[in-house]
Design a protein around this ligand. Structure first.
Ligand code: ATP
Length: 639
């Protein structure tokens, strides 16, 4: 696409320098994006809009970025939208004077509150035409709404939403509703927003039109890769956007680096199916094996001012979940330390038996506002990486060096803190023994990591092949468990009368913001599980499947749920299915992928529904499995 062609967005065209960004201009951009599936075009629409923002109202760039990814602030600040649909319906009813009954009926039929709000013309007389909405005003109101809590907050929320709704023109109501619901569903992935931001910054340079085409393309690519990498180290637009506006890409590189106090996106591991996979992957490379502890990831930060924080895998602040650990942190350092970032796993610990307890025990701890005197489950911290130490980022150091610093500056404390147990032999027999030992010690298996050189740096947010995970039951099934979202349930019969007898599960497509059905599940549940699930999930029943549930013909559970619960599932294998929709369009144009013989393992409260296994991962598992069958048939396969 021609990067300098004029935008077809009239809302941008009619907006003048110095005026706050009209909300209509953003909404029109959203509409353009929603109307196409071509990635380059999506990028182009957003880039053009961002360039206008940079030129006309740069102080709103940050807000525009947040509205485009539908967030209000960084994860660790914990302010979220996701207003319930009954509240939104109420606001629509009250602002338009339409009956609630009619709106409910529309919702049952159309399933999109955005469309309903847009089409519900007001039949209330208005004395004057309200002023057009601006980006700063909409964003501030959204933040205020999200921050409301307490007894009368429902009414206050409805009132604020109503005030916005009456000022909406054209398509604004549609996108406003979707923002409030917490799902924009226009096919705009956060990755694309990051790339668009980088490109818009480059294209707003004063002399940019003089560059040759090749040079320009190279600049754009370089900028995108810098911004992406900075973002994975410092996932905070509040710092990145001003740095870009102030100092362009070079300035960003200088100003924004891993900083204690801002959780970085953790490095993730690639699954393997056999110990021989490790040797295939790490032929001629030094590697190390560590226990894979079965708990919850904990990123521990000490900031320059001496304060400490613990963050989850999803960058949530968990410091008040672990007041006991917070109290002990000082004991874990051997030397005077100014600042650090440790990558750890927190596991439940039996003080009497001195052994690790299963993940299920850890998950009985409350997640918020834990009081120390109420703690029943003890926690042990196993540190496996050091990412920052005394003012220096270690991300680009090899693991061998990071580990050296970890060992020399931190202290093992009995019953509280230790380094992840490791073993450096490359002999398959030794690895097998170490794996068995890890299982005997109540771990999930092993993590196998490269040790030296460029291949052993820490790669924030990547599922890297420099970290392999080997789970104990890797030889059965697909090598890894799968984390799925519960979207429906079937009434129980016989022994399961009174609870749900089976469930409908889905994977997540972050690109399209859709949950795609993947299988029905009825095994792996204890009686206790069945009761607990029933109690928890009946609170989340919704009358209709969400419009962003992608379902097959036969997916007809007796009740539907809002997407809230993530479960870890194991299965025998994956197969292409006409009934389910997981990864539809990737492996087959109309059929999805389904799990065969799925079995419930546990609840994953540490994962948000958006962190469930993605459609892309499902497709990848399916193709890997096919490859392996071919290998086995040819007699080259695993032992
Ligand atoms: P799962 O936890 O189900 O394996 P995941 O997507 O959360 O899936 P993976 O990349 O599969 O994460 O596995 C890495 C996880 O294992 C880390 O997030 C961490 O919580 C845990 N872990 C336990 N021990 C280690 C270790 N020694 N090194 C790295 N990660 C470890």
């Amino acid at each position: 696409a021609d990067m300098f062609s004029k935008s077809s967005n009239e809302e941008i065209a009619s907006w003048k320098k110095g005026e706050p960004v009209p909300y209509a201009a953003l909404c029109q951009t959203f509409e353009q994006i929603e109307d196409t599936t071509k990635r380059l075009q999506i990028l182009d629409f957003l880039v053009k809009f961002l360039i206008s923002v940079i030129k006309l109202s740069p102080e709103s760039l940050l807000t525009v970025i947040y509205l485009s990814i539908n967030k209000l602030c960084p994860e660790y600040e914990g302010l979220e939208l996701g207003i319930g649909e009954s509240l939104l319906m109420k606001a629509i009813a009250e602002s338009t004077g339409r009956e609630m009954k009619k709106i409910k009926a529309d919702y049952a039929e159309i399933g999109d509150l955005g469309m309903i709000a847009m089409n519900s013309r007001s039949n209330q007389p208005t004395m004057f035409k309200p002023k057009a909405l601006t980006i700063p005003h909409v964003f501030k109101t959204l933040k205020d709404i999200a921050a409301l809590s307490g007894n009368s907050s429902q009414k206050q929320k409805v009132d604020k939403i109503k005030l916005l709704l009456v000022s909406c023109r054209n398509k604004e109501a549609k996108y406003l509703m979707r923002s409030l619901e917490g799902k924009l569903r226009i096919g705009l992935a956060e990755r694309t927003v990051v790339v668009a931001l980088a490109q818009a910054i480059v294209l707003s340079r004063p002399n940019i039109k003089k560059l040759s085409k090749e040079k320009l393309v190279a600049e754009l690519e370089e900028a995108a890769s810098v911004v992406k990498s900075v973002y994975s180290e410092l996932p905070c637009y509040d710092l990145i956007v001003p740095a870009l506006l102030e100092g362009d890409i070079e300035g960003l590189k200088k100003a924004c680096k891993l900083t204690p106090g801002i959780p970085l996106k953790p490095m993730l591991a690639h699954p393997t199916k056999a110990l021989t996979d490790i040797l295939d992957r790490f032929e001629n490379v030094a590697f190390t094996c560590e226990y894979k502890y079965d708990g919850e990831r904990a990123q521990i930060h000490k900031m320059a001012d001496g304060s400490m924080k613990i963050y989850s895998r999803n960058s949530e602040d968990m410091s008040n979940k672990y007041p006991d650990v917070m109290d002990r942190l000082d004991k874990f350092t051997k030397t005077e330390t100014k600042s650090f970032v440790l990558d750890c796993e927190a596991v439940a610990w039996d003080r009497e038996q001195k052994c690790i307890l299963p993940f299920q025990v850890l998950s009985t701890r409350k997640r918020k506002d834990v009081k120390e005197e109420d703690i029943k489950v003890q926690v042990f911290i196993f540190a496996f990486d050091l990412l920052y130490f005394n003012g220096e980022s270690l991300l680009r150091e090899p693991l061998s060096r990071r580990r050296e610093l970890l060992f020399s500056h931190f202290n093992e404390v009995e019953g509280e803190f230790a380094f992840a147990k490791n073993m450096n032999s490359t002999q398959i027999e030794d690895i097998q023994t170490f794996l068995d030992q890890s299982v005997a010690d109540n771990c999930e298996g092993l993590m196998v990591k490269t040790l030296d050189g460029n291949e052993a740096t820490y790669e924030p947010s990547k599922r890297s092949r420099n970290w392999l995970k080997v789970k104990k039951d890797y030889l059965s099934g697909v090598g890894d468990s799968i984390d799925l979202v519960v979207i429906g349930a079937y009434a129980g019969r016989g022994k399961r009368t009174g609870v749900y007898g089976g469930y409908l599960l889905a994977c997540y497509d972050p690109e399209r913001e859709e949950y795609q059905s993947i299988c029905k599940i009825g095994t792996g549940f204890s009686e206790q599980n069945l009761e607990d699930h029933y109690k928890e999930l009946k609170e989340h029943v919704v009358p209709e499947p969400k419009s962003y549930y992608i379902l097959g013909e036969g997916n007809k559970p007796d009740v539907w749920f809002a997407p809230v619960k993530v479960w870890e599932i194991k299965c025998a294998d994956l197969s292409v299915s006409p009934v389910y929709k997981a990864a539809v369009g990737i492996v087959d144009s109309t059929k999805g992928i389904s799990l065969r013989f799925p079995r419930f393992i546990r609840i994953r409260d540490d994962k948000a529904p958006e962190n469930a296994t993605s459609s892309e991962q499902i497709a990848e598992m399916y193709s890997d499995q096919k490859l392996n069958t071919v290998k086995n048939d040819a007699g080259l396969g695993v032992d």
